[in-house]
Design a protein around this ligand. Sequence first.
Ligand SMILES: *Cc1c(COP(=O)(O)O)cnc(C)c1O
Length: 383
Amino acid sequence: MKKKLHFNTATIHGGQSPDKAYGAVMPPIYQTSTYAQKSPGKHKGFEYSRTHNPTREALEKSLANIESGNFAFAFGSGLAAMDAVLKTLKPGDEIISTDDLYGGSYRLFTKIFKDFGLNFQFVSMYDTKNISNVLNDKTRLIWIETPTNPMMNIIDIKSVVDLVKGRDILVAVDNTFASSYIQQPLKMGVDIVMHSATKYLAGHSDVILGALIVNDKNLAERLRFIQNASGAVCGPMDSFLTLRGIKTLHVRMQRHCENTAQIANFLNESPKIEKVFWPGFKFHPNHKIAKNQMKDFGGMVSFVTKGADYKSAIKIVERLKIFTLAESLGGVESLAGHPASMTHASIPKQIREKSGVVDALIRLSVGIEHIDDLIADLKQAIG
Ligand SMILES: *Cc1c(COP(=O)(O)O)cnc(C)c1O
């Protein structure tokens, strides 16, 4: 399934064909658990919906296509997709990941899989040397997340791939924040791309779904086996919604990026603001890497207001009217979050502040509304 179409065409047509039964242009929602057999084992390619479902299959073909991969697997959530990757490993194997990982990924690693004998090392991945310092002959997986949440740090994907080249080590990238539109890790030599499709791919804050995309046939076979054997699959309705979301991914992402660039610049010029975190700034410490490996700078931006403490940061997010105060990101509507009291509340203050998540930090998932309304809303909230 080699990619021939331009990205903006692949989102709509990639891997897709009209439904075989009646020519429906959108794949029907095959809300069925099982499929009639003419005689035992004689069927139309589908037996049981944990193993295969036509709507999920249509989504998986689209996912493989937009991520420039050969095989894709859809799961009930982003974390269920990660769970499947970790199940390819054995007790004693080591995983290296970044020390400012998404909280749910950190919890899955340390509170579930550590008890099954997997060992985890968390290092600052912005310097590849920190990875080579902990690399050893038990290392089997490097788990990258870039850009990171909520500090918008950028990890150099290619340099990590080069570091472990020729060794029996998989490199995986959580591509949720960038989306397939902005970043294509498989093209950089990565083995596994993971998405919380809940965010930009589905894009409308109405579904929880996860995905894995790979090129290697053996790895794909193993993941297919785990997907069916462990059973954390997504349902046909959620597959349909995600597929529909993907069809507008490119136009949504363009507007997300444009709006975010304008908001980042507005915040950066405001005398009320102390610091803005967005990889599009020339002064961002990893701006060059971001420019190299990303097509644009994404829809997320974080900032700290001058002199704000915990309470006044909360006041700012409470005053927002168009930005909704909520967890999650990547939908068409703008959201604001206060990491210290929301997504990162479970991390002790000292550790949290070391990575930059101070009490006054506010994170925005910039939607695709009119930019003037968004900036006006920020202005009135910041005061
Ligand atoms: C949301 C998110 C996840 C988890 O995905 P779910 O669909 O919520 O299970 C993983 N990684 C990142 C970067 C996320 O933002």
